[in-house]
Design a binder for this molecule. Structure first.
Ligand code: ATP
Ligand code: ATP
Ligand code: CA
Length: 220
């Protein structure tokens, strides 16, 4: 497991709530803050600390010792003003990793100016992911490393059956690398050049998006 870290999640809507449950599942310590008493009580059994408070109150943030946490996630969606004020206070307290959910581009720009470290657009990002997955039946999952580079999980088609990496000469021809191959629950990290692909293998591939696409179009 990843090293245990301490997180603060502010706002327990669907987004903040989901982050919180996942962090707990991974084994981290989580302090949750919400001004809604019911939301806080829903989470009080699973998290390390759950507090009913308004995050726009500077004294509250200080007294909760928010400064000592590794990450703070501001998951206040609808009230842009409170999201901005909360972020400002967190940055003024000197917190290094402040992640904030933005509702729109204006919100994003303000957050950037006041020093939010990472700004996320969950609906927009998830929409893009889902569109990618729907439009390409070979891509099972992907991680965007930058605008140009990704790691994708490709499902091997019958066309690839019994072909080895060296037969296909993948890296030399396409400039992409197969990092690992998943077969059911087994995973083979850095497969040998002689590795023979079977239909249904999940190929975990890293490379330039154009090269990955070319590989898919020509070989799969
Ligand atoms: P979802 O992730 O479900 O889409 P949302 O984007 O609709 O959520 P909101 O409902 O606006 O987000 O807020 C999420 C949570 O944040 C709510 O539970 C709300 O009570 C809490 N919240 C909003 N403002 C504050 C604040 N200033 N201090 C503490 N909690 C707050
Ligand atoms: P390279 O310089 O491209 O690494 P190499 O001369 O070291 O090649 P091998 O590692 O034996 O040769 O592999 C032969 C060829 O098989 C590689 O050039 C590459 O095209 C392909 N190949 C081997 N392993 C992978 C991999 N993990 N992902 C993609 N292609 C691979
Ligand atoms: Ca919402």
């Amino acid at each position: 497991m990843a090293k245990k870290k301490q997180f603060v999640v502010i706002g327990l809507g669907r987004f903040g709530g989901s982050i919180c449950r996942e962090l707990i599942k991974i084994g981290h310590e989580v302090l949750v803050i919400d001004k809604d008493e019911q939301k806080v009580s829903d989470f009080s059994n699973i998290v390390t600390h759950a507090v009913v408070a308004n995050s726009t109150d500077e004294n509250t943030l200080r007294s909760l010792g928010v400064r000592n946490f590794d990450f703070v996630i501001v998951a206040i969606g609808d009230n842009i003003q409170e999201s901005i004020l909360t972020t400002l206070l967190l940055k003024e307290l000197g917190i290094k990793n402040v992640w904030v959910k933005a509702k729109n581009d204006y919100h994003h720009r303000v957050l950037e100016k006041i020093g939010a470290d990472t700004i996320v657009h969950p609906e927009k990002d998830m929409g893009r992911r889902i569109a990618q997955q729907m439009s390409d039946d070979k891509i099972i999952d992907f991680i965007e490393l930058s605008d140009e580079y990704s790691i994708v999980e490709l499902l091997a088609t019958p066309k690839l059956n019994k072909k080895s990496l060296v037969d296909l000469n993948i890296r030399a021809r396409y400039g992409i690398t197969i990092l690992a191959v998943k077969k059911g629950n087994d995973i083979n990290i850095s497969p040998e050049p002689s590795y023979e692909i079977s239909e249904g293998d999940l190929l975990i591939v890293i490379g330039n998006n154009r090269d990955i696409k070319r590989f898919e179009d020509e070989v799969m």
